[in-house]
Design a protein around this ligand. Sequence first.
Ligand code: 6PG
Length: 236
Amino acid sequence: MKFKISKTKQEVALNFSRYLAILIANREEVHIALSGGSTPKIVFDELAANFQEDIDWTHVHLYWGDERCVEPTDNQSNYKMTVEHLISKIDIPQDNIHRIKGENEPEYEAKRYSDVLDENLPKSGDLPQFDLVILGMGDDGHTASIFPHEIELWNSDKSCEVAEHPDSGQKRITITGQVINNAETVVFLVTGDNKAEKYTEIKNETGDFRKYPASLVKPTSKRVLWFLDEAAAGLT
Ligand code: 6PG
């Protein structure tokens, strides 16, 4: 478990953007699963504002690690957020955008998106393999849209499952542990002091860490990088 601690959220965004630019430059074709949430939004703004010359998006394929079951025009849509903060501001072929269709019937979409991953991603051990999966972590220790109350979804033998938000009951489509842990690299983007408790438990394997889906992220490649601000790292 490697981590890069920055003073502020903005510095996290800058450091991760630099990391991403190098990763993309070193590959012919790159398949990346994006996350929703507030930290990725800051990263997308940084990439759009300051990395236009550093990243050639024409050979990058964008996917999502999870999506809310809402219309793509809904303000809760991770896809909509990504279009507003990144996709609308970069030169990336429309065919390279592989969104989860939140407007579809959830069980149907979970199956459809599993097929999208099978058809578009390289394989490793018969499973789709992302070059990079970007994850956030909720203050309850959830990641993607696998929440503690449904932690069994992590071990699904499907690549995508239908999840449910514990408070709102909102249906979500999420990739599962078999896909996340098959990635070449997993990056967590975690900021804010409300994450410090869970991050510290996961890092030290103490307390109830086993109950947090984020603690199950252990890719076969062993490449997990945490980009954190000092607040999330518990240093403030
Ligand atoms: C989502 C995200 C979710 C997010 C965490 C952390 O759809 O909301 O995929 O898993 O990463 O809730 O969100 P913040 O980065 O806003 O704390």
